[in-house]
Write a protein that binds this ligand. Structure first.
Ligand SMILES: [Zn+2]
Ligand SMILES: [Zn+2]
Length: 266
């Protein structure tokens, strides 16, 4: 089993349980370690699916409490940080957030592909059937590449997210994937195989096998993540994800402590 670095908790308003419950679940599932990586706060009230800025100290306290409750188990401090391109609200905030804790790792995610448009929010599902799916994918991947190039992140989160509701553009998807793979090689990030995708309309892990083939050929490392929003989902489908990773050719995964990457056999 591998570490699970993508787990949430009740602070983000759409997950259940406290970090210590996720740690207990990781132990029970036989994982070697866990990382807590809740959605990043924003400088001001921004949407309804993240902790408030005032709650940030509580986040750190809860992770500390989880460490104390499970002193025999490695609990890493992370965050799933929303990337915003230069000029957008939230861009300058990212570097401030970096100084606000002693992080083990950061997951870089793109949810917002334009101001007020979180691409994975069911509120906007109509935009896929009414609009140009290829254009939506292009908007997403353009920001995703900028996120990789920002070199703020150790792991890139759920690549391929706009497929969540099952809408994929026609044609060769490598057109969208290639710039991200090239940027990953140049800027040294790892990608997660995020097993939550199997439980969405797309019924496929994030990212697709095609993307995994490309990063494997380019020698870009992976982790396996559940994106758990309840303790029972920690390590969910990790056997299946590992099987796919092995089929693609991966033989190792990576772990992080204080930003330092360690290679571990898969
Ligand atoms: Zn979430
Ligand atoms: Zn996410």
């Amino acid at each position: 089993m591998t570490a699970d670095y993508h787990t949430h908790n009740a602070l983000c308003r759409h997950a259940e349980g406290e970090p210590k419950d996720y740690v207990a679940a990781a132990k029970a599932a036989g994982l070697p370690e866990i990382g807590i990586a809740d959605h990043s706060p924003m400088p001001e009230l921004f949407d309804d699916w993240r902790m408030l800025r005032e709650e940030f100290p509580q986040y750190l306290d809860l992770v500390e409490e989880a460490r104390k409750a499970h002193p025999d188990f490695p609990v890493r401090l992370g965050m799933e940080v929303d990337y915003f391109p230069p000029g957008a609200v939230g861009h300058d905030w990212i570097s401030k957030l970096k100084d606000m804790a002693d992080w083990d790792y950061w997951i870089g995610s793109v949810h917002y592909i334009a101001p007020g448009w979180d691409v994975d929010n069911p509120k906007w599902i109509g935009r896929f059937s009414e609009g140009d799916v290829g254009e939506i994918w292009k908007m997403y991947w353009d920001i995703y590449v900028q996120a990789i190039k920002s070199e703020q992140f150790h792991i890139m989160g759920h690549a391929d997210l706009p497929k969540k509701f099952g809408f994929r553009p026609e044609g060769d998807l490598r057109y969208y994937y290639e710039p991200a793979v090239t940027a990953a090689v140049e800027h040294g990030v790892a990608f997660e195989i995020n097993t939550a995708g199997w439980h969405k309309e797309c019924a496929e892990q994030y990212p697709s096998r095609e993307f995994l083939n490309m990063i494997h050929d380019a020698d870009v490392p992976i982790v396996i993540s559940s994106d758990a929003h309840e303790p029972g989902h920690v390590g969910r489908d990790f056997e299946k994800a590992r099987e796919i990773a092995m089929e693609v050719g991966f033989r190792s995964t990576v772990q992080f402590e204080k930003g330092v990457r360690k290679v571990v056999a898969l």
